[in-house]
Unconditional design. Structure first.
Length: 63
């Protein structure tokens, strides 16, 4: 999948990426993380979303 097609799936807003710590960039919610009974939404930038999607599909294809 090309990046532009993937990025259309997400709602982007200014923020900080949980993965690369880039600030003041567009990020999108990609899930939640739970610790000690507290759920927190995590957001990732476009580059990290693309990387995570590639990782996801490479793991799926290995099964």
């Amino acid at each position: 999948m090309k990046p532009l097609a993937l990025w259309e799936w997400f709602a982007w807003a200014a923020g900080t990426c949980f993965r690369c710590d880039r600030t003041g960039t567009e990020v999108a919610p990609i899930g939640t993380i739970s610790a000690r009974g507290i759920d927190v939404e995590i957001r990732a930038c476009r580059a990290c979303v693309f990387h995570l999607e590639q990782l996801h599909w490479s793991l799926v294809m290995r099964q």
